[in-house]
Design a protein around this ligand. Structure first.
Ligand code: OVM
Length: 400
């Protein structure tokens, strides 16, 4: 006979306005409560400690994605859109689309974009500096990814304004059907139709990531039916995430002037800086998994079929794993953070995200002596994303 531990219960609503405004206290309480917690409000389990989150993310056999990585369980509920072949699939179905995208978005393939993106970043920073006081969310965090990423995919100019709201809706839709979801419902078909139309071969330029996905279908690496859904993954996951990752980094430096001086002294720190910002803010806060078997966590049995919420943001600040986790610090080695996930599903676009951030930060480091917050930052609430709506800053330039 073994004792079966009971799972602690929590009344926290991770998708309520208080937690979305600042999840820090909730994260600490969920980590303290135990290795796994029952979120009474939703009847789902949650893990907030690094050890358990990491272990579950790498264990795709026991913690599947195919029943959806949002609150909705695809075993019982019809998904609002055809499931992603990457995010919402398990091996073996997941593997061919993953292999194809890994090649197209891998470090080797991105080399041809590097010089162009660095030049684009310099041009944007130069433009922005003509107005030294401005909201860096639209001016930098949104403007840069929107300048380079849709071009790299091969999307036409018309209708690009649909990309951010569509992504924002998808990330909200991983949560419960609260007002963030229901209030956007009327607009969703318009965004969705435009995005789906851009996934067709005819809509894409001949030299981008999109065309490369269709070429992989021609080679038989995925089917022609799968190609538009793989393109859809790029357009869904590739914009809001990088926007909020870059915004997190700009906020981090504006609030840590000492760290800005450090990166200016040693520009080779730009890559670590982005990963440390991703660890510290965790632009993607949460994803669910579904237990494929009765599984024991910390002595408690989580029944087969249960949804389990992985708090990436809480794991990334777990003091059981990190020293001074709440400090944004370029001296630390942020590797092993779960801000891009971990295991089989770990962000396939992470090299794209890092290259965007590196290009923009390099241009800023060259020209900007100090980033100063000149007004109140304003959070953008999303059921999955930790995001900024507004970051008013003065960008102090080098006196010539
Ligand atoms: C996808 C997808 C959508 C949202 C997020 C994501 C972070 C992937 O459509 O594949 O990964």
């Amino acid at each position: 006979m073994t004792d079966v531990a009971t799972v602690p219960t929590s009344d926290h609503d991770p998708f309520g306005p208080d937690a979305l405004e600042d999840p820090t206290r909730m994260h600490a309480q969920l980590r303290e409560a135990g290795p796994v917690v029952l979120l009474a409000r939703y009847g789902v389990y949650a893990m907030a400690r690094y050890e358990q989150v990491h272990a579950a993310l790498v264990d795709w056999q026991d913690f599947q994605s195919g029943a959806g990585v949002g609150l909705s369980n695809f075993r019982y509920e019809k998904p609002w859109r055809p499931p992603s072949l990457l995010l919402e699939a398990d091996p073996p179905r997941h593997d061919a689309p993953r292999r194809v995208l890994s090649g197209i978005l891998g470090p080797r393939a991105l080399r041809r974009l590097r010089d162009r993106w660095f030049a684009e970043a310099e041009a944007l920073v130069e433009e922005v500096l003509s107005t030294p006081e401005l909201d860096v969310v639209p001016a930098l965090a949104e403007a840069f990814p929107l300048r380079v990423f849709p071009d790299a995919v091969g999307v036409g100019e018309e209708g690009r304004e649909n990309l951010l709201p569509y992504g924002n809706f998808v990330f909200n839709a991983f949560g419960p059907p609260n007002s963030l979801v229901t209030e956007a419902m009327p607009d969703m078909p318009r965004w969705s139709e435009w995005v789906n139309a851009q996934c067709a071969r005819e809509a894409l330029s001949g030299d981008g990531f999109g065309a490369a996905i269709w070429a992989a279908a021609d080679r038989g690496e995925i089917t022609h039916d799968q190609a538009p859904l793989v393109v859809r993954s790029l357009l869904t996951a590739g914009v809001d995430t990088t926007v909020h990752g870059i915004a997190a980094m700009l906020y981090a430096f504006a609030t840590h002037p000492q760290q800005w001086r450090r990166v200016r002294e040693r520009p080779q720190l730009v890559r670590a800086a982005f990963d440390e910002a991703v660890r510290w803010q965790s632009p993607v806060q949460t994803f669910f998994r579904t237990a494929t078997t009765d599984t024991t966590i910390g002595g408690a049995v989580i029944p087969e079929g249960s949804k389990i919420l992985m708090f990436l943001g809480a794991a990334n600040r777990d003091p059981r794993h990190w020293t001074d986790p709440d400090t944004f610090d370029l001296e630390r080695d942020p590797s092993g953070h779960v801000g891009f996930g971990m295991g089989l599903h770990q962000c396939v676009g992470q090299h794209v995200a890092r290259l965007e951030a590196e290009a923009l930060l390099t241009a800023l480091v060259r020209r900007v002596e100090r980033l100063e917050l000149v007004g109140s930052p304003l959070r953008h609430h999303n059921n999955t994303l930790r995001a900024w709506a507004r970051l008013p800053m003065r960008l102090h330039t080098q006196p010539d």
